[in-house]
Structures are given as C-alpha cells and as structure tokens.
Design a binder for this molecule. Sequence first.
Ligand SMILES: Nc1nc2c(ncn2[C@@H]2O[C@H](COP(=O)(O)OP(=O)(O)O)[C@@H](O)[C@H]2O)c(=O)[nH]1
Ligand SMILES: [Mg+2]
Ligand SMILES: [Zn+2]
Length: 331
Amino acid sequence: MRPRPDDPEEEWFEGLKIPARRKYAKRPLSGRARVLSAAEGNAVVAEIYPNQAAVRPEGGQARVLCGYRMAALAFGGNSRERSPVCVGDRVRVEAHVIVGRCERRNVLMRCAPNSRNPLLHAVAANLDRLVVVASAREPDFMHGIVDRFLVAASAQGIPAVLCVNKSDLLPPGAEKPWAHYAAAEVELVETSALAPEGASALRKLLLGKAAAFCGHSGVGKTSLLRRLLGDESLGRIGEISRATGMGKHTTTGAVLLPGPEGSAWIDTPGIMNFALVGVDQGALLPHFPELKAASARCASDCLHDGAGCALLGMPRYGSYRDILGSLPKKV
Ligand SMILES: Nc1nc2c(ncn2[C@@H]2O[C@H](COP(=O)(O)OP(=O)(O)O)[C@@H](O)[C@H]2O)c(=O)[nH]1
Ligand SMILES: [Mg+2]
Ligand SMILES: [Zn+2]
C-alpha cells in the first residue's frame, strides 16, 4: 500500500523509496494485549511507513523494518490515533513484528486536519526536549505556531527550547521580536545552520537527549540537524515549494536520527497548522507562565478579555487570545 496524502497541510516529497512490504510470520497472540512497561521494550521507533515501522533495536545503530501486530497494539493504544505507534515510542519487537508498545513518558500530539474523521496524530513520544524552530528572516519570525508548540510542550511537561535560526540573515542591530521569550520559561538560542559553529549552543543543550525539532517548513530544521550531526546527506532540504499531489512515493513522518552520546534527535516535516489536543480554555493560562504570573494583578473575577486586565499589552497576550479562541471550553 502506498501512503495516502490525507493531510495536505504537510510537506510531500517525491523520489523517496518506501521499502517493499516483507512477509511477516504469523504468531499467535499470547496473553491479553496491554501497554507494556518501559522495561519490556527492546527497540525505539525511528520512522513510520504505511503498515510498517523502522525501529532501532536497543544498543544497536542499525534500523530494522518491522510490521505491526495490530491486535496487540489496538488494545493498548488510542483507536483514534492515525498510526498504532509513533516515532520515539519504545516498543517490543519479536521476529520483525512490533508486538507491544510501552507506556509513554510524554507525547507531542496534534489533531490531524482535513480528514473526514479527525484523527490524533502523535508526532513524537518520550522527549527530553522540544526544539521549536523558527527563523529570524526568510520567513520572518512568526509567533503563532511557536506559541502553540510551547503550549503543547508545557502541557506534556516537556522542557522547550526556542531556536531562532538563520541568525546570519539578521542585520546588526535589528529588532528581535523573540527577545521576550526569555521571560516565558523557555530556553532561547539563536543559530545559523550555515556557520560552522552556528549551532554549538543548541548542541550543548541537546547532547545525550531525545529531542524533536518542530516548526514551519523552511525555517531550517533539517539544515540544523545536518550541521549538528555533520551529515550533509541527511534528510531532504528546501523542498517546500515542490509539494506534490497524489500517488507519489512520499512520506510525511518524523525521523529519529541517532546522534552523539546517545542523543536521539527527531526531524519532523513542516506542519502549517498545529491544532492542540487535550487543552481546554480553562487550562490555557498556566502554559503562558509570564501571563499567569501577571494575572495575580488582575481582579479575582477578571476574564482577561478587556479593560482593567493586567495582561493587556504584554507581548504574548494576543497569541494567548488567539489560541484561547480556538480551544474547546472543556475537554
Ligand atoms: N541563510 C540561512 N539559510 C538557511 C539556514 N538554515 C537553513 N537555511 C535554508 O533554508 C531553506 C530551508 O531549509 P530546511 O532545512 O529544508 O528547512 P526545514 O523545512 O525546516 O527542514 C534551505 O534553502 C536552507 O538552505 C540558516 O541558518 N541561514
Ligand atoms: Mg525539513
Ligand atoms: Zn486579567
């Protein structure tokens, strides 16, 4: 089966080789399917294909292609997820079949748009850091998707790094509309994937950690990973405008790339719109820590929507209001 582009908001690439589906031995289902404990896992999912996944067995660097045993995974997983496992998932593999998924420490989840039945899309699981990548120029810094990723990270308890890339394109003395993120309990780094040492501060933050790189297309996620890993052949760069239609060999998914000192760095395709899952209106404010702190100065019945509110005029207030308007009252 070829991948079906049911999500046109993602990048699509031509020319990618999807491995031919191999035959998997049918093995009887032993015991009741359940979510496994971390100790029962023996591999980590590196990439998802239709009906298959590439995994990295514990301690090894090699990728192994596996099938799923759906019956085993369906019980433990959420039936609304568009694939039974995601990149970063710890799994149990037996004879080239994923027979179980371990509990997740955390998961970056979004609602996949444009499906007749909205599906949950687990982008990556078990992260030590979420690297939210934006660019200083080309495209100009945009806070909308940055704040959505920061909320998703905060809601899952994943420490976030805001990486503003393409710093080489910023004229000296230019205004930095991201400077205020230092107050938002976010680690802030400026990088240039083009300069030899342009990503060294980021590298220090991520060494030995599991980290997913997220953000709009074209901000330089793949270029940064090439720089960090010293591998110029990795991934696909700058193919944003060549998005193609149906029927091509394409992939949409995240890819786990093993790095130095046990680092597991995950490249993700650009997502135009990151729809939050599992956060309702009442739970949003704490995910904007600097707004939450300022709200102590509001009247106790303040709805943070107009005159007299202490949050008015703060840098991320507009962003907070935008996201609030997109969330359900209760989940
Ligand atoms: N000037 C400059 N260009 C960059 C930088 N990083 C990436 N690019 C360019 O931006 C384009 C998109 O990069 P890519 O890594 O594919 O972005 P991704 O979609 O986020 O993975 C490519 O043409 C890159 O060469 C940077 O730090 N500075
Ligand atoms: Mg990329
Ligand atoms: Zn208020």
